[in-house]
Design a protein around this ligand. Structure first.
Ligand code: GRF
Length: 201
């Protein structure tokens, strides 16, 4: 059984999807800790309401590595195996990534490598793509960059605006993230270069 931490900065709907799947017994994991760098993040409140250990660690105005060292110290205290970034609005330092090689995953609302960074749904609409989606990937030091674990596609409709498209992508995020975490917690992912393979197909 893996010990999982979730790092978030906002709404926390992906945290809820992961926690639902874990509580239903679909993923061999326990949530050891939820950390937010934003005190008022609804996701942090959801975590506390569900009885998880929830910590606010302020990041504003602080050196990136100083903040990361404080986060890593908390993760080590709880002997965390896997870290899920779920709307965590910070790039991780090389120190953080080096402490948890291939143990940190993120969800992004586009089919990477298309539309990294902010407002991916708006970028997709502006570019005029017909299909977009979401990606769960390993985290390295570059933004939205590491090996891809799971992707789910979403059609872009003619009358979509950013809100409608984001909503349909989010529905797929809530399936893709538990699916990816389950594969990791079952030790079914092998990484070779940029490619993450599912062991056993
Ligand atoms: C999601 O769209 C996720 O893909 C992106 O940030 C958003 C977080 O939403 N990284 P929530 O806080 O999980 O509801």
């Amino acid at each position: 059984m893996k010990s999982v931490a979730i790092l978030l900065s906002g709404r926390g709907s992906n945290f809820l999807a992961l926690s639902d799947a874990i509580e239903r017994g679909e993923i061999p994991a326990r949530i050891a800790l939820v950390i937010s760098n934003i005190e008022s993040a609804p996701g942090l409140q959801h975590a506390k309401d569900r009885g998880y250990k929830g910590l606010f660690i302020p990041s504003k105005g602080r050196d990136r590595e100083e903040f990361d060292r404080e986060v890593v110290a908390e993760l080590q205290k709880e002997r965390v195996d896997v870290i899920c970034l779920a709307g965590f609005m910070r790039l991780l330092s090389s120190y953080f990534v080096s402490q948890y090689p291939t143990c940190i995953i993120n969800i992004h609302p586009s089919l990477l490598p298309a539309f990294p960074g902010l407002e991916s749904q708006k970028q997709a609409l502006e570019w005029g793509v017909k299909t977009t989606g979401c990606t769960v990937h390993f985290v390295d030091e570059e933004l939205d960059h590491g090996p891809i674990i799971v992707q789910r596609s979403v059609p872009v409709l003619d009358d979509d605006d950013a809100e409608a498209l984001s909503h349909r992508i989010l529905e797929q995020e809530h399936k893709a993230y538990p699916e990816a975490l389950k594969l990791i917690c079952e030790d079914r992912i092998k990484i070779e270069g940029r490619r993450a393979w599912i062991v056993g197909g």
